[in-house]
Design a protein around this ligand. Structure first.
Ligand code: HEM
Length: 483
């Protein structure tokens, strides 16, 4: 009996020490054993629950999701400091993500593979002109323009003045731009494989919601609803790999001389000392990651852009006027971008008010992180709460108001405040920032030089969105009329 009481006392003391030690680290709400704070996360909008907690506990706090410690960072300055450290380069273990990516590819690759593949991907993007410093930026610009022109022509010919849900056309625009860019092949409008892949990715990303309990409590996979979800995810991975296998195969057979991922990769297969990295499997996974990165985020961005422009006709007018003055009747060139201050401000405001990745892409503390007197313990998931940063009323006044002017300085020029981080920061920040900005700018210019965008009469635009890994707008119709 005395031994039992002694053991219980030791356990209680150890638990108390742990609780006190945890409290010393970061503030945060009380968590239940095993499930942590999962029961309180809004399953459809976890970024809102986490932003409310930031208002209560401050811009850096700790919660438990399942058994995993999570440091939620809702302050841009702190987030940048944390992501600048080599000890936070790794991705966090998350059951669904690990099941889908198996530590390979690029975006969720284990750290050694990531170092090599990140360099490879950055070089490849430079080669095809999809980077800020590249001799081939003009080629990339023409490629995007060609696809945007195609979009404009289809709307003109088939949907002018009629209610149109633009999502299918946008999916086609972006997925064929992505294929041209990564595989060097322009795919025809009738090639369903390309947009099927993007559609499949959309399903996949919806299933990959970071806040889902299955990510933190893998044993749930044996219960029916989660079992079904896991089966759907595995099916989406199989379908995706099947379609991309066909695309890569077509690329292999092609006589096209444009650079492509396959050629670049094969060059490494012959030069590489390690046959562990440059394998066919890794090529497929890398293509998948680049394709996901490219399609899901830019499709989502373009849809939000159309909805916000449709709601704010005065912003359309200002962008059109700016394009008129800067271009003077000529067509848009990359060199013009730096003079399109209002256009860039409008695009930034849309990226702020509807953050495409509201929970960012989490990292992981592989060592204790010491910062401004705070400690993030080794083994903690680092969650960049991008929504919380972009909607913080202390840094973005009246955050729910759509106001491009907040990105214009006193000289009338576009400026990027520190608290605007749609692509995160640090060594692992998005590799596609530059190409994403090229696509959105060329798109907005192409569309507004040809159309006035409006809501369908008496149907209010729905800005709520639905949240998987990305926050995507709900399907809805708009009207494109001739200017
Ligand atoms: C509006 C468009 C986009 C947004 C908002 C966005 C956002 C992000 C964010 C927040 C990350 C996580 C960075 C980190 O872990 O610190 C990321 C990573 C990544 N993005 Fe993007 N992205 C966009 C477009 C693109 C495009 C066009 C590509 C394709 C070229 C791309 C490819 C990737 C890849 C491969 C990663 C993983 C990087 C790594 O782990 O090293 N993204 N993106």
């Amino acid at each position: 009996m005395a031994t039992t009481i002694f053991i219980i006392m030791i356990i209680v003391i150890l638990l108390l020490v742990k609780i006190i030690r945890d409290k010393k680290y970061l503030p945060g709400p009380w968590n239940l054993p095993v499930i942590g704070y999962l029961h309180k996360l809004d399953p459809t909008a976890p970024y809102l629950t986490l932003t409310e907690l930031a208002q209560k506990y401050g811009p850096i706090y700790n919660i438990k999701l399942g058994m995993l410690n999570v440091a939620v960072l809702a302050d841009a300055r702190i987030l940048k400091k944390v992501l600048a450290k080599d000890e936070t380069l790794e991705r966090s273990p998350l059951f669904l993500i690990d099941t889908a990516f198996e530590g390979r590819g690029l975006a969720h690759a284990n750290i050694d593979l990531w170092k090599d593949q990140r360099k490879f991907a950055a070089n490849f993007l430079r080669t095809v002109g999809a980077a800020r410093v590249s001799p081939n930026r003009k080629t990339c610009e023409s490629l995007i323009k060609k696809h945007v022109d195609e979009f404009v022509q289809i709307v003109k010919n088939q949907a002018l003045g009629k209610p149109l849900d633009p999502s299918e056309l946008i999916i086609h625009l972006i997925s064929s731009t992505g294929s041209s860019l990564f595989l060097g092949q322009p795919f025809s409008l009738n090639d369903k494989k390309v947009s099927d892949l993007a559609r499949n990715i959309h399903v996949f990303i919806k299933l990959l919601m970071i806040g889902t309990p299955l990510n933190f409590l893998p044993f749930l996979r044996f219960l029916p609803p989660y079992k079904k979800k896991l089966a759907l995810l595995k099916q989406a991975v199989r379908t995706g790999r099947d379609i991309q296998g066909k695309l890569i195969h077509e690329c292999e057979k092609s006589t096209n001389s444009r650079p492509n991922l396959l050629k670049a990769f094969q060059l490494h297969i012959s030069e590489s000392k390690s046959d562990q990295v440059y394998t066919l499997d890794q090529l497929h996974r890398l293509f998948f990651d680049l394709y996901i990165g490219f399609t899901e985020t830019t499709i989502t961005s373009l849809l939000w852009i159309l909805l916000y422009l449709a709601q704010h006709v005065e912003v359309q007018t200002k962008i059109r006027q700016e394009l008129f003055w800067v271009l003077q009747g000529e067509s848009l060139e990359l060199a013009d971008f730096e003079n399109l201050h209002y256009t860039k401000a409008a695009l930034a405001e849309i990226a702020r008010i509807r953050t495409v990745l509201p929970l960012g892409v989490p990292h992981y503390a592989s060592e204790n992180i010491y910062l401004d007197g705070l400690t993030i313990p080794k083994g903690t998931m680092i969650m960049p709460l991008l929504w919380g940063i972009h909607m913080d009323p202390k840094v973005h006044k009246d955050p729910e108001e759509f106001r491009p002017e907040r990105f214009i300085d006193s000289d009338g020029k576009f400026f990027k405040p520190e608290s605007f981080l749609p692509f995160q920061s640090g060594k692992r920040m998005c590799v596609g920032e530059d190409i994403a900005n090229m696509v959105t700018t060329i798109f907005i210019a192409g569309v507004l030089q040809n159309f006035r965008i409006g809501a369908v009469d008496s149907v209010p635009i729905d800005f709520t969105g639905s949240c998987g890994a990305a926050l995507t707008p709900k399907p809805q119709k708009l009207i494109f009329t001739k200017i």
